[in-house]
Design a binder for this molecule. Structure first.
Ligand code: AMP
Ligand code: GLY
Length: 425
């Protein structure tokens, strides 16, 4: 079979890598891909938001299945269009993606169906929002309603910071229409984890748990990023908690959508805060997490193509999905300055040596080719992922591999997976 993957980050490199191991796959295309993906797939130079061109390509090349990585094409309705045209595609449709593309939509569903989440209020008027902020006091969380590439959430510990965030969203309109509505919500405390499931709308199959590291610097300091590293499993998610997340969060959310006539097919991701042993939803995403996918797919012991086809065909119950016991750790290497301004075009050395080490997979994100050499072309550049018999070994291997890699201005956190190690002690 032929498969097309949409996206070009570390998540998509991990997806393409898993697909390349499938006995069902003869040829992989990726749009736009990156320098790492190009070793496994044919990268096509089409915008991931040019749906009519993508559809022409899929028809012309007789592609059997399209798998969508990022949220943007999903939220713009790529699945709706492909399905209307009779093309198989794995991902939720536009109505279902509102769970991620509108925080107001997702909070309202949670409130209506008693799904545990932080208390909140929605505002369209700056003055009312400011008044409410002052009434509630700090710490407090301010969120733009729409998609903002992970930058629309502000956790404010003092009032000046909170008002500044509100002004950025509502007055300066830095996120445009995504800030037409603002959520002000209670600040939760505890430990975060990521929980993802496969679903075809009828059957739900959980993935192994994972934990992201959102802040740029060690000790969770500095601004939020797309994610600076991840590990799987997250020991904070006990078996009992996993059951609770499945029964009290994932199943009721999918049932709530169905009650509104929305069938959800694809991957559902819940960002969870565990406070005093209870799970609360911070956000839903309608896709695989990045960088969580890198360690999670490294642990998948089944055929990803078979799973993706079964989701698209609504036959997920017929597939057996197995996971390796061994944990995996992913350390992201970013360009200096990220998540702010950063430069591109630095030559990267040492990838091959790192990738050849035992248990290590170097997933590319912002990389491209220049004169046959690999150069940086994005904020998050590589996701160095390693497996090991325990988290300590996986971490050691990942950092040894990171040590082989070099480019000007490279930055990475040194404390990925430390929280899991502390918990194990
Ligand atoms: P979100 O995109 O909604 O997951 O928010 C990004 C990050 O902001 C989360 O991973 C949390 O670290 C933090 N966050 C979001 N909502 C809350 C909340 N209610 N309380 C505390 N932290 C939050
Ligand atoms: N790692 C968080 C996300 O993918 O949104």
């Amino acid at each position: 079979m032929k498969v097309l993957v949409i996206g070009g980050g570390g998540r998509e490199h991990a997806i393409v890598w898993k697909l390349s191991q499938s006995r069902l796959v003869d040829k992989i295309y990726c749009c736009p891909g990156n320098a790492g993906i190009a070793t496994l797939a044919e990268c096509i130079d089409v915008s991931q938001n040019d749906f009519s061109l993508l559809l022409d390509f899929v028809k012309h090349e007789w592609i059997d299945l399209t798998i969508v990585g990022p949220e943007e094409p999903l939220s713009k309705g790529i699945v709706d269009l492909f399905e209307r045209e009779g093309r198989k595609i794995m991902g939720p449709n536009r109505a279902a993606v509102q769970l991620e593309s509108s925080k107001v939509f997702s909070k309202d569903i949670m409130r209506l169906h008693g799904i545990p989440t932080a208390e909140y209020k929605v505002f369209t008027s700056y003055l009312h929002a400011e008044e409410y902020l002052k009434f509630k006091g700090v710490p407090i969380v301010i969120k733009a309603d729409g998609l903002a590439a992970g930058k629309g959430v502000f956790v404010a510990s003092d009032m000046d910071e909170a008002i500044h965030a509100l002004k950025l969203i509502m007055k300066d309109r830095v996120f445009g229409e995504a800030g037409d509505r603002v959520i002000i919500e209670q600040c939760l405390t505890g430990e975060e984890a990521s929980y993802m499931v496969f679903t075809d709308g009828k059957t739900i199959v959980p993935m192994v748990s994972s934990q992201d590291h959102k802040r740029i610097f060690d000790g969770d300091a500095g601004p939020n990023t797309g994610g600076m590293g991840a590990y799987s499993p997250a020991p904070v998610i006990t078996e009992e908690l996993e059951k609770e997340i499945l029964e009290r969060i994932m199943k009721p959310t999918l049932m709530a959508l169905r009650a509104d006539g929305i069938d959800y097919k694809g991957i559902l991701y819940a960002g969870i805060m565990i406070d005093k042993g209870r799970p609360y939803v911070l956000e839903f995403n309608c896709r695989l997490g990045d960088p969580e996918t890198q360690p999670v797919l490294a642990r998948l012991d089944s055929d990803f193509m078979e799973i993706a086809m079964a989701i698209a065909d609504e036959k997920l119950s017929t597939v057996r999905i197995e996971w390796k016991q061994e944990p995996a750790v992913c350390v992201v290497i970013s360009s200096g300055g990220y998540p702010g301004q950063y430069s591109k075009g630095s030559r990267i050395e040492g990838i091959e040596e790192a990738d050849g080490m035992e248990g290590v997979h170097v997933f590319h994100a912002g990389t491209s080719f220049e004169d046959g050499r690999i150069i940086t072309s994005g904020g998050r550049v590589l996701g160095v992922t390693a497996e090991g018999s325990d988290i300590a070994l996986a971490k050691k291997r990942a950092y040894e591999a990171v040590g082989k890699i070099h480019f000007d201005g490279m930055h990475y956190r040194k404390d990925i997976a430390d929280r899991a190690l502390k918990r194990e002690k």
